[in-house]
Write a protein that binds this ligand. Structure first.
Ligand code: AMP
Ligand code: MG
Length: 401
């Protein structure tokens, strides 16, 4: 019989002890958004590669315009995408933003601070200082700089740097294959019209989307609460790096999943955690693969995904940050919580006019109230020692993406 004996922190540590980084593949930068880089990327060269103009104007030696009103002849104009000749002594060159600074020049005066004079001469209305309006080579990235560290996720901003250094093939973690087995005799596909006593499967789509967002690839199957059917579904499933099973984890007559997994040889590591919601959550290892059993209640399944499955996937992907970052917020409205359980309360957090992060629970918190999850932007954590948190109290929150 299930006795929730272990704490949430112990349970999660046990789970993370049984997952390891998955193998890698090479992907093109254009297909790399959201992928986890597994080899640090070091720049071979400088970005920008050459000293260049930060403004449209005139390149010169600052020493050639020591007083306001200095007049210099224009030796040439720079051209885009081409190398630039050296700047003759005592002359200036017309230059466009981003073009290479002519060798010898050390400053650029913006066009608005100059006046044209007859016969290709320019009067300088300001006294430039060396380096003014010049973007030096390597200002953004120097040769040898780490552009992207292993374990980071490719974002559009990262793509900018990777493209600048010409790193267009990336070694990334393979997306873990996640088998989603959705169990329950009462369930029909969300596209079907339920008959009396049936309900639509909402965990299948919800968990599939969560897996996708967490970097995995989900394959969903459904099975009724029947020993033979559950066995068949598990035995015939394609190989998976992680198995997520929804429903049938509790101690009712229909809760057969762990029994079937036991028959198949799964080593059960925990069943029952001192947490709410999600007390019946279970974890085991079958054929060296992690198996996470989620309670069928849609809210409990979602919460357990966020606090167990998402970190497990992050660890498989080799991410440098596996556990969700926690923030501290001031509780705006109290709620009931019994000692001895780690509570995950769906919350809505915001920054108030005094720049204080505040949070309040999203209305009714029953395990069947899926709208409490829809309206939440965070989970409020309250560990086993806390009881009935009161308004004004500081609490930890985990952001939901
Ligand atoms: P169980 O964990 O199987 O005891 O299910 C707990 C509650 O969640 C029951 O009311 C189930 O009908 C419901 N439930 C289980 N699986 C799903 C699912 N995939 N979609 C929607 N509700 C579910
Ligand atoms: Mg059930």
């Amino acid at each position: 019989m299930m006795q929730p004996r272990i704490s949430f922190q112990t349970a999660r540590s046990m789970l993370l002890d049984h997952v390891s980084p998955i193998h890698t593949e090479s992907v093109d930068l254009m297909n790399a958004r959201g992928r986890t880089v597994r080899e640090s990327v070091v720049s071979a060269g400088h970005v920008p590669p050459f000293d260049n103009a930060a403004m449209d104007g005139y390149a010169l030696r600052a020493a050639d315009a020591p007083t306001v009103g200095a007049v210099l002849p224009v030796a040439f104009a720079t051209a885009g995408g081409q190398s630039v000749p050296p700047l003759p002594e005592g002359a200036c060159a017309r230059i466009t933003t981003g073009h290479p600074l002519p060798p010898g020049a050390d400053a650029v005066v913006r066009k608005e601070r100059t006046q044209r004079r007859p016969e290709q001469h320019i009067r300088f209305d300001v006294v430039p200082s060396p380096g003014q309006n010049v973007r030096p080579a390597g200002e953004d990235i120097a040769a040898g700089d780490v552009v992207m560290e292993a374990g980071r996720v490719v974002s559009p901003a990262a793509a900018s740097l990777l493209a600048s250094v010409g790193h267009t093939q990336l070694t990334v973690a393979v997306r873990p294959r996640v088998l989603l087995l959705i169990t329950g005799s009462e369930l029909v596909d969300a596209t079907a019209l339920p008959s009396a006593g049936q309900i639509r499967d909402s965990n299948g789509p919800a968990l599939a989307l969560r897996v996708d967002a967490a970097g995995g690839r989900a394959h969903a199957r459904r099975a009724p609460d029947d020993t033979a059917a559950l066995h068949d579904a598990l035995a015939s499933a394609p190989p998976a790096d992680l198995m997520l099973i929804s429903g049938g984890m509790s101690v009712g007559d229909d809760d057969l999943v762990l029994h079937v997994l036991d028959q198949m040889g799964m080593e059960l590591l925990f069943h029952g955690v001192k947490q709410r919601p999600g007390k019946p959550v279970a974890f085991g290892v079958l054929d060296d693969r992690p198996v996470l059993g989620l309670p069928g209640n849609p809210v409990a399944a979602a919460v357990c995904f966020e606090v167990y499955a998402r970190p497990a996937l992050a660890a498989m992907l080799g991410r440098s940050t596996v556990l969700p970052a926690l923030d501290t917020a001031v509780l705006d409205a109290g709620y009931r919580a019994k000692a001895g359980y780690h509570y995950f309360t769906r919350g809505r957090a915001w920054v108030d006019d005094a720049a204080q992060l505040r949070v309040r629970p999203t209305g009714p918190q029953g395990s069947g109230i899926a709208s409490s999850m829809r309206d939440a932007n965070c989970l409020i954590h309250l560990d086993e020692d806390g009881t009935d948190p009161a308004p004004g109290q500081h609490v930890s929150i985990q952001w939901l993406r």
